[in-house]
Ligand binder design. Structure first.
Ligand SMILES: *[C@@H]1O[C@H](CO)[C@@H](O)[C@H](O)[C@H]1NC(C)=O
Ligand SMILES: *[C@@H]1O[C@H](CO)[C@@H](O)[C@H](O)[C@H]1NC(C)=O
Ligand SMILES: *[C@@H]1O[C@H](CO)[C@@H](O)[C@H](O)[C@H]1NC(C)=O
Ligand SMILES: *[C@@H]1O[C@H](CO)[C@@H](O)[C@H](O)[C@H]1NC(C)=O
Ligand SMILES: *[C@@H]1O[C@H](CO)[C@@H](O)[C@H](O)[C@H]1NC(C)=O
Ligand SMILES: *[C@@H]1O[C@H](CO)[C@@H](O)[C@H](O)[C@H]1NC(C)=O
Ligand SMILES: *[C@@H]1O[C@H](CO)[C@@H](O)[C@H](O)[C@H]1NC(C)=O
Ligand SMILES: *[C@@H]1O[C@H](CO)[C@@H](O)[C@H](O)[C@H]1NC(C)=O
Ligand SMILES: *[C@@H]1O[C@H](CO)[C@@H](O)[C@H](O)[C@H]1NC(C)=O
Ligand SMILES: *[C@@H]1O[C@H](CO)[C@@H](O)[C@H](O)[C@H]1NC(C)=O
Length: 759
């Protein structure tokens, strides 16, 4: 072991303070508000007045060199870790109290020392712990590691602390493949989630050509460095700690944070249950702003194809007693054919003005739907601008050309111009650079004059956020480190759009739904959508992943979520398989949306003509209308929960059984099979084809009443219930019947005899 090198500054600090010499074992330093830091022989402990709430054995800090390999195009980043010259030992040369303005008592406890056996040099560190003045129910930390003067460049820090072997972990954003994340090494990096993500054979097919288009079980639009556990522990990195991070839960008795820079901050706490843990987490991250009340009124019809088609589908729906809150017209800015197997795929023109062939009377058309039918209109916006110079329908402004000239896009220093994102042949685009104040005001003017004030729309899909390149030739206006910046983009995007909505005083009207998010984005979006699923029943990327993602997002502080009813990604191949949407999948997905989501919205998918659509025929529209009515019947109940528990405590609407039953081993294993919707309903959706009976695990000890039959069951067993089309397994929980459930119970009574067929 090499000798520690002490910084002169640390000497000075420890002399001035009430420091204990490092040889003084078993000492305690008060952190404030009843918390203390203790040193015992080989451990650092943090305790509240009763218990040790966090502990770490030496060495709990390490560092390494080596550049991670990150390759990929079009938002599909393939990351391979490179860890070289990892420090093997750590010493503590001093523990001392130091003045700290952010702390509840103006003081923090600081550990200083060295990281040793690192290969060719030693490193020094300072680890500071304090109780934040504004959030005094937790311990914040700041870790700083400094490289020695010679040798290699150290890239990252590891922080390792104790975990129970049977502590299960939830959160970390939009995680689609696991119930608990214990046992997994979870990357925190926003990117395309991939097509398949492990579901076969599509993943293998998509990944075969080296573009990583299929992804894996960890690729996600939204990864967030926060979690809560069954021991009621909470942990997060702070808003400005955005480097590429891995949260490694693969060891049974420790957790390791692998952070891609030498300085980071975060916080940890122990709550009394998982609900309180989410409440504490969201006290830091913020809570989602209120959903406009009109979303409760009915379905949001995802339709494309121009004014006449949209009007006809709305009229047909009203005739079929489909409650319609809005239409969502993503093709308002025009479409563009891209060659694919068998059929051309229609893509959007990312130039934010209405297409004059599809929607020639855009403002009048939008107002007409609203005035005549009470149907609102949502459109589509994303983080890109596409070069529309070859757009056959013409254009009024080429926003790409303007932004390119002004260098308002993320720049490529090799070409000295826009960093081009290629989204398939004929679709070259740039990413707007939200760190550039010039872009912010120019794009704000575009949003005001061409989007919000031009037509009476009520919001839009706010797409993308994951694509900022990370190569050294990437340049943004106010940052030189594109890799460090990468995870901030979704936050800046949501913040930017929300601030615009507020400046226009449209908070009570506007609905903006995002699929990418990063730390603290939730305070700037009133709806999350769980991304692009395949139009199939898959676990990692099909209908089942919707529930798993909602679970982990909910425990990351995202109360209000929904999905594309029917899924999005359609795959046609010459390799002997296709993924296309069946009417049955569309129907069951509608049931799922009705009993799980804050908003009921469908999508035609990326190749509409080979997918079943809700408007395909009277049968599909009838099933869709039925599901929309079921959704509307639950509105008073949902609204009550959103306005109380979600708004004030950050609790999710959809709750995994483990939240209520941390001691129930069965409940911990559930990822998509069942969930609570608020406190009073327990739901097992049908997520497999031809499934007319479901075995449902009822957790805990209270009584469950199956709404369709009135049968009562005790918790702690598996029961079989019938699940014909239109009747997902829904149970009332205990005697906990809220009056707001009355309209749902009436729906059940009224529709109990309805029989739905799927062609
Ligand atoms: C690889 O596959 C993806 C997904 O199918 C496709 O978008 C991409 O164009 C393919 N790339 C090549 C080089 O074939
Ligand atoms: C991802 O990168 C690793 C390391 O370069 C490589 O072995 C692997 O094949 C890549 N994965 C895909 C799907 O391209
Ligand atoms: C598909 O699109 C390409 C251009 O992207 C076009 O040349 C071709 O005619 C289209 N094919 C069909 C069947 O529409
Ligand atoms: C939008 O339409 C509603 C309902 O017709 C109307 O009350 C409102 O004034 C319109 N807003 C604008 C900005 O035109
Ligand atoms: C846009 O595309 C056209 C046609 O390919 C090209 O001539 C033009 O240079 C592009 N504009 C910019 C700003 O790249
Ligand atoms: C980009 O600009 C740099 C600095 O102004 C210059 O050295 C380089 O030659 C330029 N590269 C190209 C491709 O224009
Ligand atoms: C910049 O352009 C070069 C040459 O086309 C390309 O190889 C590189 O990937 C681009 N980098 C970025 C960040 O767009
Ligand atoms: C860069 O710009 C963003 C967006 O305005 C801002 O949040 C961030 O603090 C800025 N960073 C620096 C280093 O100025
Ligand atoms: C895939 O879809 C195409 C286009 O609809 C069809 O021609 C082809 O037969 C399908 N392949 C399989 C294996 O079903
Ligand atoms: C629904 O119908 C079944 C079969 O007729 C009946 O047993 C059950 O009580 C009904 N449920 C409700 C809530 O009316």
């Amino acid at each position: 072991m090499k000798t520690a090198i002490l910084l002169p500054l640390l000497h000075a600090l420890s002399l001035l303070s009430e420091a204990a010499a490092y040889s003084n074992h078993d000492e305690t330093w008060a952190l404030g508000n009843g918390y203390s830091l203790q040193r015992s022989a080989e451990k650092i402990l943090i305790a509240d007045q009763k218990d040790v709430i966090w502990s770490a054995a030496l060495p709990f800090l390490s560092a390494s060199a080596g550049q991670d390999q990150i390759s990929g195009t079009s938002g599909a980043f393939n990351i391979t870790k490179v860890d070289e010259a990892i420090c093997q030992e750590q010493d503590i040369s001093s523990i001392s109290k130091t003045q700290w303005d952010e702390a509840v008592n103006g003081a923090a406890v600081q550990l200083a020392g060295s990281l040793l056996d690192c290969g060719d040099e030693d490193m020094t560190y300072i680890a500071t712990f304090w109780v934040p003045e504004d959030l005094s129910d937790r311990i914040a930390f700041d870790i700083k590691v400094s490289s020695g003067s010679s040798g290699r460049t150290y890239q990252r820090v590891y922080l390792t602390f104790d975990s129970n072997a049977d502590e299960d972990i939830y959160g970390l954003g939009a995680q689609a493949s696991f119930a608990s994340l214990k046992g997994q090494d979870v990357p925190v990096f926003t990117r395309e989630q991939g097509v398949g993500r492990g579901d076969m054979p599509v993943t293998q097919y998509e990944n075969a050509n080296g573009t990583f288009a299929g992804g894996n079980r960890f690729t996600t639009y939204t990864s967030i460095p926060s979690y809560v556990s069954t021991d009621s522990n909470g942990f997060y990195l702070s808003l400005d700690s955005t480097a590429l991070t891995f949260l490694d839960f693969t060891k049974s008795d420790t957790t390791t944070v692998r952070y891609g820079a030498l300085n980071f901050r975060g916080a940890l706490f122990r709550a009394s249950n998982m609900f309180e843990a989410v409440e504490r987490l969201t006290a830091y991250t913020g809570r989602m702003p209120a959903l406009p009340s009109w979303v409760d009124e009915g379905a949001v019809l995802g339709v494309q194809g121009g004014q006449r088609k949209v009007s006809n589908i709305v009229q047909e729906g009203l005739d079929l007693e489909c409650p319609i809150a809005a239409v969502w017209l993503q093709d308002w800015s025009g479409t563009h054919a891209q060659e694919g197997p068998y059929i051309n795929v229609s893509r959007l023109w990312w130039n934010w003005e209405n297409d004059e062939v599809l929607y020639p009377e855009w403002p009048a058309f939008v107002q007409g739907l609203r005035s005549q039918h009470g149907v609102r209109t949502l459109s589509y916006i994303n983080t890109f601008l596409a070069n529309v110079s070859t757009k056959p329908d013409g254009f009024r402004r080429n926003l790409y050309a303007e932004a390119d000239r002004l260098h308002y896009t993320v720049q490529n220093t090799t070409t000295n111009s826009t960093a081009i994102i290629s989204s398939g042949p004929g679709l070259d685009a740039g990413i707007i650079d939200l760190t550039n104040p010039g872009l912010r005001s120019w794009f704000g003017e575009v949003m005001r004059s061409q989007v919000w004030n031009f037509a009476n729309i009520s919001g839009f899909m706010s797409d993308f956020g994951e694509y900022t390149p990370v190569t050294p030739d990437t340049s943004l206006y106010n940052t030189s480190d594109a890799l460090f910046f990468h995870n901030s983009y979704p936050y800046l995007w949501a913040q930017y759009q929300r601030q615009l909505v507020e400046s226009l005083d449209l908070q009570d009207e506007a609905l903006l739904f995002h699929r990418s998010a990063s730390m603290n984005s939730n305070r700037y979006m009133n709806l999350f959508w769980v991304g692009d699923q395949n139009v199939d029943w898959g676990l990692n990327d099909g209908i089942k992943s919707v529930v798993t993602i909602m679970t982990h997002m909910g425990l990351s502080g995202y109360s209000q979520q929904h999905s594309d009813i029917g899924g999005y990604t359609t795959v046609l191949t010459y390799s002997g398989f296709n993924i296309t949407r069946s009417p049955e999948l569309l129907g069951r997905w509608g049931e799922l949306a009705a009993v799980s989501s804050a908003v009921f919205r469908s999508h035609e998918g990326n190749i509409p003509e080979v997918n079943a659509q809700f408007y395909s025929n009277a049968g599909t529209y009838g099933y869709y209308a039925y599901n929309a009515r079921m959704f509307v019947s639950l509105a008073p109940y949902r609204r009550k929960i959103l306005e109380t528990e979600c708004a004030t405590r950050g609790w999710p609407l959809l709750r995994p059984p483990v939240m209520y039953h941390t001691d129930d081993a069965e409940a911990r294993k559930i990822n998509y099979q069942s969930f609570y919707l608020g406190p009073s309903l327990y739901v097992a959706p049908v997520l497999d084809p031809h499934t007319f009976e479901l075995e449902v695990y009822l957790p805990g000890r209270c009584e469950f009443t199956h709404v369709w039959t009135g049968m009562r069951y005790h918790g702690g067993q598996r029961v079989r219930v019938g699940t014909p089309y239109g009747k997902p397994a829904v149970f009332l929980v205990g005697g906990n019947e809220m009056p707001e459930l009355e309209s749902f119970l009436q729906f059940v009574k009224r529709e109990n005899g309805t029989s739905i067929d799927v062609a």
